[in-house]
Every structure is written in structure tokens, then in C-alpha cells.
Ligand binder design. Sequence first.
Ligand SMILES: [Zn+2]
Length: 458
Amino acid sequence: MRCEGAAERPNGWRGSNVSGGWVRFKLRKRAGDVDRAVRWIVRHANDHIPFYARTFARAGVQIDAIRGAADLPGLPVVRRDDLLTAGTQGFLRAGADVRALVCKHTTGTTGTPVSVYMTRTEALFRTLSLLDAYRRNVRIPPAFTLVDVGPERKDHATRSTQRVGPVRIVRLFRSLPVAEHVALLRRTRPTLIEGRPSMLWQVARALEAEGVTAIRPCLVISYAEVLYPHVRELLERVFSCRVVDYYNCEEAGNLAWECPDRPGIMHPNPATVCLEVVGPDGRAARCGVEGSVVITNLFNATMPFVRYAMGDRAMLVEPDHCSCGFRGAAMRLVGGRDEDFFVMPDGREISPRVIYDVVNTALPSGGIGDVLAQAIRTFQIVQEECDRIVVRVVPGPQYSDDLWRKLPDSIRALHPAVRVEVTRVDALESESGGKFRQVTSRVRSSWHPSGSDRAASA
Ligand SMILES: [Zn+2]
């Protein structure tokens, strides 16, 4: 895509007076701001991050020739494997002290874990740009309450209630029982509710079963997984408001928001990223042609992501002059994370992210981190039958079977009759359609009412 179209360009605009690296913290970036941020971040990456200095030199990149978004295709595409090979230190600003940084772990759509580091200022901008992206869909009062349904509690530093200026963020951690989610939601009076559709679905079904209709947010935000029409309908019915889909990731926060006028169409967010859709050769895919999503993070100078392949598929649609008023790029995500609920022998259905947590937290030091990333490249959890779960793992150089010592007990906590096996595999390939399913089941559940007869990827 031609990224210069990704930013807003009002009539009569002649350029930004924000200078140097600070342009990266501008919320509503215009085309010139995006170009300046690209120019700055590429030079910064080259000058301060060993991995990029090597990669750009090897590709023969002339840094001075990168003047803006339109020049990005002249840079090589970076993949998660490159990041893992370089190691966190090789990807960080030289001299950065990781103890002073905010760290976010991601499993990504490919299932490969990555730790993302940023300063507190960068983390604050990430949050503010996400909230601003919500404002693209609904008017929000200056002070409001955002309820995040079902985030993973990755460490004890993540509080259940947090204030960011006038915004109160309430987290209903997925380790809590659904009944507690319901009770907390009833007490909280949320302005916005966000979460993965599989987590929102679970809570909405519980609310509907109890006949609760008094929770009236002004918007429900879905992210990270496919938002099925039957899930959107349930959420609209239970919360009596619009439900919109957002394309978010740990690497950059919000990547795109669903257009308020055209369901299914998304606008890439020029505050946070320059987003490209590219073919196998790394060159821009034409409008209407599916390709890989590649992002350049415009605000994280601590751990820059320059032309980083997200592992997601998308296609651009005819841009500009959208009826919603946004004058920038438009795209459609193709596929997305689509996981399965697990059905227990007693009929209970367990959310795929709870299943992921049960397996992940059984690993030493409570799950995926930098050390474990050297031991485990990725894993997949497959429910073969109601009482049998198989974990398929791609080992890293420091792998040992002993890593799974606590797993059988964790699985039995779901239901005492469930057994678990761990098998090593060389690779976990995407299924046809290009998506990797980290949590998948061969047992039918109400989440996939037509039946989940997909084979686990092999
Ligand atoms: Zn639009």
C-alpha cells in the first residue's frame, strides 16, 4: 500500500511543526507527521539497534534515501524468527535497562512468543492512542470507565483497577470465575467494555441467563479474535449498544479500528503504525488482493518494529473519502485468530484463552518469557476427545520434557477425568487459510454451533 494515504490530510495543511522524535507522540498524525516519524524511527533503528544496523547494511539500504512512508518498501521485512534469533538485547536500544522498562508478552497469531519493551512514556502513548481509536467510533465523555473482560494476569504489577488521567480501567482477569465477572460488571457501570470475543461471549451468556439488562455501555469493543456474526448479535442484544471490531496487538497497541459506517472495513491507525499489505516479494499488494500485514511502529524507539510481519492476512480496499469522514486507508482483515472452546466431560465449556493460561502457567516461572522462549518455540493445545488433551510443542535449543512437570495437575484442575499428553513436533504449520490455531478442539461446542470438525494443523 502507499502509506502516505494512511494519514489524514486536511485541506490547506502545509506541514507539522512538531520536530525530531517527538512527532511520534502526536495522536492524530497527518501524512507529513507519518513521514517524519518514519524517517526518524528508521534512522534511530539504524543508529541505535544492532539488529537493524546489521540488517540494513546487509540489504544495502541507504538510510538517507528513506524520506517517508512511501520509501518503506526499500527496507527488508523482519519476522518474529529474526527477533528470536537476535534475542531481546539485540533488538533493544543500545544501553537500555530492561528493569526500568514496561514489558508486554505476546503469543501473536503465529503462536511464537515475543517480549515487547517500551518506556513508560511510550506505554502511556500506546494506551492513549488506543483510547483515541475508540473515540473514532463513539463520543466518549472526558472521564469514563473502561472494563477489560478477561485479560491474562501476567504479573502482580498489573492492577485490577488503574487510573490513566480521568480514565478508570477495570480489569476482570480471566483467572476469576465467570460469576465474579458478572458481579463486578454489575457494580462497575462501564462506559466501554472491551475483550476478546470468546471472553465477552462467556460473560454475555451468563448475563442473559440471569436476565440482566441493566448494563448499558456506549460501545463494546472486540479484538484479537474473529468476531462471528452470532457473537456480535448476542453482545448487541445483551448490552443494547454497538459492537465494533478492533485490530490490536502487543507490539503496537491499536493497528486499526472498524469503520463506524462500514462494518468489516477497518482503517489503519496513523497514530501508531504505518501499515502495509504486501505480497510474497515484500512489495505492496494491489487493492483487493490478499497479502501479509507488515507494520512499522511509529512511537516505540526502545524496541523499534520496522517493516515487521505480524503474521496476519489482510487486503486493502479502495481508500480515501470514506463516508465516516476518515481520509485514509481502508482494509479488511482476512481470517484472524479463531480458537475453540473446550468441552469438559461434565458439559462445561471452557474459553480457549483460559485453556491457554492453564497450560502456559504450568510452565516454569508462570509461563512464556525470554528464558522460556529459548526452550519452547511454540506450542498448540488440541482437545482430541472430552477427556483427552494433547499439547504439541516445537522445542527450542534449551528444551526439556521436565518443563511440563506441573501440567497434568493443572489439567486435572479443569476436570479430574481429563488426561494430557505432550508430543514434540518439528513445526506447527498454518492450516489452509493461513491461520495458526493455538487452541483447537475436535469436540463440538456452542461457540462453533455448526461443529468443529477441523483437523488440528499438522
Ligand atoms: Zn470509514
